[in-house]
Design a protein around this ligand. Structure first.
Ligand SMILES: [Zn+2]
Length: 314
C-alpha cells in the first residue's frame, strides 16, 4: 500500500502552550494552557488501554473521503495492526476518527479507534467504539467494538494519532465559555496555521467536553445508492444530532497540508451514556467547558492516498 512519510515541524511544549493560550483567548472567555504530566488515561472517563500519549508521536491519514463519495469503494478496508507496522510503530497506541469496519459489521458506521496494537511482547487490545443510527427510533446507537467483534479493522478513511502510549509531559488545554465562532479544534488548528505558517504542525490526543451540548453527525448504515456529488447531497444523507456532555473526544489535526491531500481535522467522540459520533461544534457557548491533553506529532504518514480527489464532505 502506498505510504509517504513527512516530518512535521515540532515546536517545544512550552512554546506551543504559549501560542495556543494566545490563540484560544480570541475564541473563549476563560483559557488555561499549561505543560503538565499526562493524567493516567487508563482511568475513567477514558479507560484507554494505555496510560499516556507520549513517545514517538505520529499522525497517520489513511484513505480519504473520495473513497466514500460520490460512490463508495468497498475494496477500501484496513487493518489497524498493519497500519501500526506501516508507520514503523508496531505496538503503537492509537486514537482517532474514521469509518467503521463495514467488512465485519455488515453496515456503515462512525468509528472511534482506541487501540493498543499488536507487538512482539503484548497481544493487541481493542478499546474502540462505533456509533450507528438506531433503526428503531433514528437515535444514536453507540457500542464498544470488542463486546461482539474481535478484529482490528476499519474502512474507507481514518485519521490517527499514534504514540508509544507512555506517560510523560503533555499540553493541557482548558477552555470555558465560547465567545468566538470557531469550534475548539478549528481554533487550535488555525492558531497554529497563523503562527507557524508554511511549517506544518500536527497534533492529537484527547479532550473531554465537560458541560453543554454538541452538534454531531452519524453516517447512515447503508451507503448511498445514488452518487453524492455536493456538500448539500452529503448533508442530506448524514444524520445530525445534539449530544450531551460529558463526551470523550479523539482529535487529530494538522495546521497546514504539505500537499498530501490531508483531512486537516477530524474528531470523533464517545461517552458512557450511549452517545457518540463525529464532532462539529458545541451548541451551548455560554456554558461549554473543554479540557484536553495534546502533543505535537513528529511524523506524518499518508497511506493509500486517493488518486482522484475532491473537496466534498470535508
Ligand atoms: Zn468523522
Amino acid at each position: 500500500m502506498a505510504c509517504v512519510e513527512f516530518s512535521f515541524h515540532v515546536p517545544g511544549l512550552e512554546e506551543l502552550a504559549g501560542v495556543l493560550q494566545k490563540g484560544l483567548k480570541d475564541n473563549f472567555a476563560d483559557v488555561q494552557v499549561s505543560v503538565v504530566d499526562c493524567p493516567d488515561l487508563t482511568k475513567e472517563p477514558f479507560s484507554f488501554p494505555a496510560k499516556g500519549i507520549c513517545g514517538r508521536t505520529r499522525i497517520a491519514d489513511v484513505g480519504g473521503v473520495p473513497y466514500l463519495f460520490p460512490v463508495v469503494k468497498q475494496e477500501k478496508v484496513y487493518d489497524l495492526n498493519k497500519v501500526a507496522k506501516e508507520i514503523k510503530l508496531p505496538g503503537a497506541f492509537i486514537l482517532g476518527a474514521g469509518a467503521g469496519p463495514f467488512q465485519t459489521l455488515g453496515f456503515n458506521s462512525e468509528f472511534m479507534p482506541v487501540i493498543q496494537t499488536e507487538s512482539e511482547h503484548k497481544p493487541p487490545v481493542n478499546g474502540s467504539y462505533f456509533a450507528c443510527i438506531n433503526p428503531v427510533d433514528g437515535g444514536c446507537l453507540l457500542e464498544k467494538y470488542s463486546e461482539k467483534y474481535h478484529d482490528f479493522g476499519c474502512a474507507l478513511m481514518v485519521n490517527l494519532f499514534a504514540s508509544d502510549g507512555q506517560p510523560g509531559k503533555i499540553i493541557e488545554v482548558k477552555a470555558k465559555r465560547r465567545t468566538g465562532e470557531l469550534n475548539f479544534v478549528t481554533c487550535m488548528r488555525e492558531t497554529l496555521e497563523k503562527y507557524y505558517g508554511d511549517k506544518p504542525v500536527g497534533m492529537g490526543g484527547t479532550f473531554i467536553i465537560q458541560k453543554g451540548k454538541v452538534k454531531t453527525h452519524i453516517m447512515p448504515s447503508e451507503f448511498s445508492s445514488c452518487p453524492l456529488n455536493t456538500d448539500e447531497d452529503v448533508n442530506k444523507w448524514l444524520h445530525f444530532y445534539e449530544m450531551n456532555a460529558p463526551l470523550v473526544c479523539l482529535p487529530v489535526f494538522v495546521s497546514r497540508d504539505p500537499g498530501l491531500d490531508l483531512r486537516l481535522e477530524h474528531t470523533h467522540c464517545f461517552s458512557h451514556h450511549g452517545e457518540g459520533g463525529h464532532y462539529h461544534y458545541d451548541t451551548t457557548p455560554d456554558i461549554v467547558e473543554y479540557v484536553g491533553y495534546f502533543l505535537p506529532a513528529e511524523l506524518l504518514y499518508r497511506i493509500d492516498q486517493p488518486k482522484e480527489t475532491h473537496l466534498v464532505g470535508r
